[in-house]
Design a protein around this ligand. Structure first.
Ligand code: OAD
Length: 232
């Protein structure tokens, strides 16, 4: 029997039980912070220190001893051991919990907290500490400031060609822990469906694009994700 090709899209809900706040819950990140202040190029131009502080705080959190991958991240890593390159995980999350769980065929479409990039050349650097106003790149003369390697509203998500290629070829598209508020990710279900994939939503509650899925299972990711993928 040939192995199925699966594209999984993950969102903040998969990391919620690991202790990382989601965006749109009543205690979510967008309750305390205005999107236009901390997640837009204009906000960064207005107040780079505020924006760096927001991402510095979130980067630090990743090193908290209480934060580790949960059973849902681990289930995806285990599935990759069986399916190899037939499983692609596309995450909107900027944390590192998928890679800590062992996922390798992984795309961070909204960037990564553990990277920064040169504002001028776009060169990407690994980064595990706070970014200060004095940090500069090593690629430009004179050296330029470093910005978070995060896709902000109004910017193009990363690796879109590779993602759309995979959506066109997959047998299953599974969305986990995402509210379906942010495009283009929220439109992946329609794209995969158009090419004939079976589409499945695994979330705490119905998302904004719930009606586009063929099947849906609701509950905590640590329960429903390992359960769903145990069929392979
Ligand atoms: P949201 O905060 O919008 O949605 C999180 C989803 O996870 C919700 O539908 C919750 O019901 C669900 N959820 C919460 N706890 C869960 C659990 N334990 N198990 C399963 N599901 C759970 O986060 P995203 O959809 O990821 O972009 O947000 C998408 C993008 O919007 C983010 O990548 C970010 C944000 O603005 C940028 O910053 C560019």
């Amino acid at each position: 029997m040939s192995l199925p090709k699966i594209v999984v899209l993950t969102g903040a809900g998969i990391s919620a039980e690991s202790g990382i706040r989601t965006f749109r819950a009543s205690d979510g990140l967008w309750e305390d912070h205005a999107i236009e202040d901390v997640a837009t190029p204009e906000g960064y131009q207005r107040n780079p220190r505020l924006v760096q502080q927001f991402y510095n705080d979130r980067r630090r959190k990743l090193f908290d001893k209480t934060i580790y991958p949960n059973a849902a991240h681990l289930a995806l890593a285990k599935l990759e051991e069986k399916l190899g390159k037939n499983l692609l995980v596309v995450t909107q999350n900027v944390d590192n919990l998928h890679e800590r769980a062992g996922s390798k065929n992984l795309i961070h479409m909204h960037g990564e907290l553990l990277k920064v990039r040169c504002e001028f050349s776009g060169k990407i650097y690994p980064w595990d500490k706070d970014v200060t106003p004095y940090d500069r790149c090593h690629c430009c003369t004179p050296p330029r400031p470093l910005r978070p390697h995060i896709v902000w509203f109004g910017e193009m998500p990363l690796h879109m060609e590779e993602i759309y290629d995979a959506l066109a070829q997959c047998d299953y598209f599974v969305a986990i822990g995402t509210s379906g508020n942010v495009y283009p990710a929220a439109g992946f279900v329609q794209e995969a469906h158009r090419y004939g994939a079976k589409t499945v939503e695994l979330n705490l509650e119905p998302s904004n694009v719930q009606s586009a899925f063929d099947e849906a299972y609701y509950g905590n990711a640590t329960e429903i994700v390992p359960q769903f993928f145990s069929q392979w």
